[in-house]
Ligand binder design. Structure first.
Ligand code: FCB
Length: 442
């Protein structure tokens, strides 16, 4: 059972999230090529080399999808705009058709009483910008500011909240150090540059939106709860380092104007010139912080070059991603963020959810595991609120099954099942549980 809307403060809001490349169908409507298309077309990067060419065909079925969100009683829809759809070259000419699509989409949300929560960049970098070095190139901050201006001019008057970039850690570390996401690099220098530039771009974009008069501006960071693999001081240090480059780097940059020392020990020779001068921009005032939370990781030291640690298997039940289910981590992060970084600033859970191998049987999808996952994490949010943490909303990932990046269409996170052949949508039991819990909108 999910807790009811009435079990939360009266101003608490609920939503669901998606992102453009994962649902829209990037082959439609004049969108330009992205670095995800390139990455997926290169053998070994993505399961079955799947890409977002069709995805959920949301580009054509958006009305049905917005109806699903509104009919469940959600308040907020967190969506993203594709840079490559709006500016196929990444710079210069605007694809009117792409901009018109987002214009219709935002109006469609408002007509249904949904609050549009915009993310400007959820990973589909235009390929021509990847050719110029993408996130490694300092100029990306200006390119992104120009894209922000185009979006602000067209949508800014109707957006409820906006965040420039989804998950700086994934954009930089996951994609430039681990090579798991586009552009698939494994290079410490590229990583140090990308980690700094992603924050620079965040700051510039925020400044553009603020100057435009847009309100309710925030940032969305993904945090993962590190647990030392054993009781040794070495494991504690390994987990602390993981925490430093994964969790602290971005919030310290934004809210404290510095980077963690443990990270700089390795990054110092690789940082872009004069990076210390950028913190005024990086620290642009925000109205909220969003936290994407899924799991914990067990960290043990290893021999070898920095960061000299690895993940080990843990004992808790796991989702189809192999991620341990650890709601305690969400409680810990919410209370810690507010205590150490954000104070009274509103916090939002901007993503949380689980993948499972859901199947349609007799027109139904039974996913009790997902209902349990949501209830346990909502209980963690309630605990944080009870202690005075200003958590103002909870947004589940995801509205519907979609393109799960390097794992293709195999990992189903949706409240709504999608048949990727017929593209038929089938609300799962978890969708109905949310509908029941939310009732009519507050
Ligand atoms: C997050 C991403 C989102 C989705 C979920 C499962 O890191 O923001 O696009 O892939 O993980």
């Amino acid at each position: 059972m999910l807790p009811k809307r009435s079990d939360f403060p009266a101003d608490f809001q609920f939503g669901v999230a998606t992102s453009s490349y994962q649902i829209e169908g990037h082959s439609f409507g004049g969108a330009g090529p992205t670095h995800w298309d390139t990455f997926a077309a290169t053998p070994g990067n993505v399961v079955r080399a799947e890409n977002g060419a069709v995805a959920c065909d949301h580009y054509h079925r958006w009305e049905e999808d917005l109806d699903l969100i509104a009919n469940a009683g959600f308040d907020i829809y967190r969506f993203s705009t594709s840079w490559a759809r709006v500016m196929p070259e990444g710079r210069g000419p605007v694809n009117r058709e792409g901009l018109d699509f987002y214009d219709r989409l935002v109006d469609g949300m408002l007509e249904r009483g949904l609050k549009p929560a915009l993310t400007l960049y959820h990973w589909e970098l235009p390929a021509p910008l990847a050719d110029k070095g993408g996130w490694r190139n300092r100029d990306i901050a200006s390119w992104f500011a120009d894209f922000t201006q185009v979006i602000a001019d067209r949508l800014g008057d109707r957006i409820w909240s906006a965040a420039p970039i989804n998950e700086p850690w994934c954009v930089s570390w996951l994609s430039h150090f681990l090579g798991h996401h586009a552009p698939g690099l494994r290079d410490i220098r590229a990583t140090a540059h990308a980690m700094h530039h992603v924050l620079l771009a965040h700051g510039k974009s925020t400044r553009v939106m603020r100057a435009h008069g847009m309100k309710n501006l925030g940032a969305v960071c993904n945090l993962e709860y590190p647990i030392p693999a054993d009781d040794s001081p070495e494991a504690a240090a390994a987990a602390d380092l993981y925490d430093a480059y994964y969790n602290r780097f971005f919030v310290e940059g934004i809210f404290k104007g510095r980077y963690p020392e443990q990270v700089m020990e390795a990054f110092a020779p690789h940082m872009p010139h004069n990076w210390e001068d950028d913190f005024a921009l990086i620290g642009e005032k925000l109205d909220w912080l969003g936290l994407n939370y899924y799991t914990c990781k067990r960290i043990a030291p290893t021999e070898g070059p920095w960061p000299a640690h690895h993940e080990v298997d843990g004992p808790l039940p796991k989702t189809a991603m192999g991620w341990e289910i650890y709601p305690e981590g969400l409680y810990q992060f919410l209370t810690r963020l507010s205590r150490e970084y954000t104070g009274d600033l509103p916090l939002y859970v901007t993503e949380n959810g689980m993948a499972a191998p859901d199947v349609v049987e007799d027109g139904k999808v039974e996913d009790p595991h997902r209902i349990a996952y949501y209830s346990e994490h909502l209980a963690a949010v309630q605990r944080a609120i009870a202690e005075g943490t200003p958590v103002k909303g909870y947004i589940g990932w995801s509205l519907m099954d979609n393109y799960e990046w390097a794992l293709g269409y195999e990992k189903r996170f949706g409240l709504v099942h999608v048949d990727f052949d017929s593209l038929q949508r089938t609300p799962k039991a978890s969708y109905l549980a949310w509908k029941d819990a939310l009732g009519s909108r507050g």
